[in-house]
Design a protein around this ligand. Structure first.
Ligand code: TRP
Length: 334
C-alpha cells in the first residue's frame, strides 16, 4: 500500500515496435488505473541485455518507449515511469532472491527454453536468471497486482513462490502479488491470419500495424488485410477477418459492433477496409504528433526521468533495507 492505494507494477521491454494491438489491448486501458492503484511502469533495460543489443539503439528505443507512454496519456506525475537501470535496488534484490530460487525452478521456465533455442550462440547466465530479476522488479515495490500477458504467467507464479518461501523463513516481508485481471481491452488479431494475435515479433510486417506507421502504410496494410469470400459484413466468429476489422473499428471510434454492422450493412469489403484505416489513422496520428512534440522537449522528459527515478529509488530502498536486515547483512554506518 502506498497512500492507501494498492500497488501495481509492470515492466516493458524496449525491444520490438509496439503494435496497435499493444495500444488498444493494453496501454489504452492503463490510463484509468492510476486512480485506483499506485502504478509503476518500468522500462526494463536490464532485462533487454540478456539478448545482445546495439547500445545506441537500445538507449534510443528505451527513451522512445518512455516517451510513448507519456504521449499515450499516462500522467508521469501519477504513474512512476522510469528506467530499471536507474534503480540499483533491482540488481541488489535480484542477487538476494537468486539465493532463494532453485535451479530446478528456473529450468522449467518455458520462455528460457524458447529463448535459449532461438539464441543458441548466447545462452548466458542472465538469460537463465531473468525470472529472478523480474521477481525482484515486482517484490521491490511490494506490488499487489501485475498486469501480464499469458506468456509471463509462469514468471509471475515463480515470483509468488519465491516471495512465499522468503516470507516463510523471515516473516511477512513481501506482498505476494496477483495477476491483474481487470477490464480486458480489445483483443486485436493479425491482419494476415485472424486466428493469431497481432504481435510485435511477427515476421510479416503486413500482419501488424505499428504505432509509428504513417497513414499510407496503415491504409496499405488494411487494404491487404485477409478477409473471406462471404462478401457481407457481419460481426460473427464465422468471419474472423471481418470481425477483427470491426473490433479495430469499434475500439478506435467507440462504436458498438451492432452500430458498426448497421453502418456497413449492404456495403462491401472495399468500403470497410479504408474506413477502418481512417479510424486507426485518426487515433494514431495525434499519438504520433504527441510523441514528436514530447521528444522535442528534452528538458521536460529529462526532468520526468530524474524525478521518477528518485521516486522509484525511495520505495525500492525501503524494501531493500528491510530485506538486507532480514538476511543478516550488517547495518551501514552513516
Ligand atoms: N518479462 C516481461 C516481458 O518480457 C517484462 C517484465 C520485466 C515484467 N519485469 C517485469 C513484466 C515485471 C511485469 C512485471 O514482457
Amino acid at each position: 500500500m502506498i497512500d492507501g492505494k494498492k500497488v501495481l507494477f509492470s515492466g516493458m521491454q524496449a525491444t520490438g515496435n509496439l503494435t496497435l494491438g499493444n495500444y488498444l489491448g493494453a496501454l489504452k486501458n492503463w490510463l484509468t488505473l492510476s486512480d485506483e492503484y499506485e502504478c509503476f511502469y518500468s522500462v526494463v533495460d536490464m532485462h533487454s541485455i540478456t539478448i545482445r543489443q546495439n547500445p545506441a539503439e537500445l538507449r534510443k528505443r528505451a527513451r522512445n518507449l518512455l516517451t510513448l507512454y507519456i504521449a499515450a496519456g499516462l500522467d508521469p506525475k501519477k504513474n512512476c515511469i522510469y528506467y530499471q537501470s536507474h534503480v540499483s535496488g533491482h540488481a541488489e534484490l535480484s542477487w538476494i532472491l537468486s539465493c532463494f530460487t532453485y535451479m530446478g525452478e528456473l529450468n522449467r521456465m518455458t520462455q528460457f527454453k524458447d529463448k535459449a533455442a532461438k539464441h543458441a550462440d548466447n545462452i548466458n547466465a542472465g538469460l537463465f536468471t531473468y525470472p529472478v530479476l523480474m521477481a525482484a522488479d515486482i517484490l521491490l515495490y511490494q506490488a499487489d497486482v501485475v498486469p501480464v500477458g499469458v506468456d509471463q504467467m509462469q514468471h509471475l507464479e515463480l515470483t509468488r513462490n519465491v516471495a512465499e518461501r522468503f516470507n516463510n523463513i523471515y516473516g511477512d516481508v513481501f506482498t505476494v502479488p496477483e495477476a491483474y485481471v481487470g477490464k480486458v481491452g480489445a483483443k486485436i488479431m493479425s491482419l494476415q491470419d485472424p486466428s493469431r494475435k497481432m504481435s510485435k515479433s511477427d515476421e510479416n510486417p503486413n500482419a501488424s500495424i505499428y504505432l509509428m506507421d504513417d497513414p499510407d502504410t496503415i491504409m496499405r496494410k488494411f487494404k491487404r488485410a485477409v478477409t473471406d469470400s462471404e462478401g457481407c459484413i457481419r460481426y460473427s466468429d464465422a468471419q474472423p477477418g471481418i470481425k477483427n476489422l470491426l473490433d479495430i473499428y469499434c475500439a478506435c471510434t467507440g462504436k458498438t459492433p451492432q452500430e458498426a454492422e448497421k453502418e456497413f450493412d449492404g456495403k462491401g469489403y472495399g468500403e470497410l477496409k479504408p474506413a477502418v484505416g481512417e479510424a486507426v489513422i485518426s487515433v494514431l496520428k495525434p499519438l504520433q504528433e504527441e510523441v514528436a512534440r514530447l521528444s522535442g522537449d528534452k528538458a521536460y522528459i529529462d526532468s520526468i526521468i530524474k524525478e521518477n527515478a528518485e521516486k522509484a529509488n525511495y520505495y525500492a530502498s525501503k524494501t531493500l533495507r528491510k530485506v538486507q536486515k532480514k538476511v543478516g547483512f550488517p547495518e551501514k554506518i552513516r
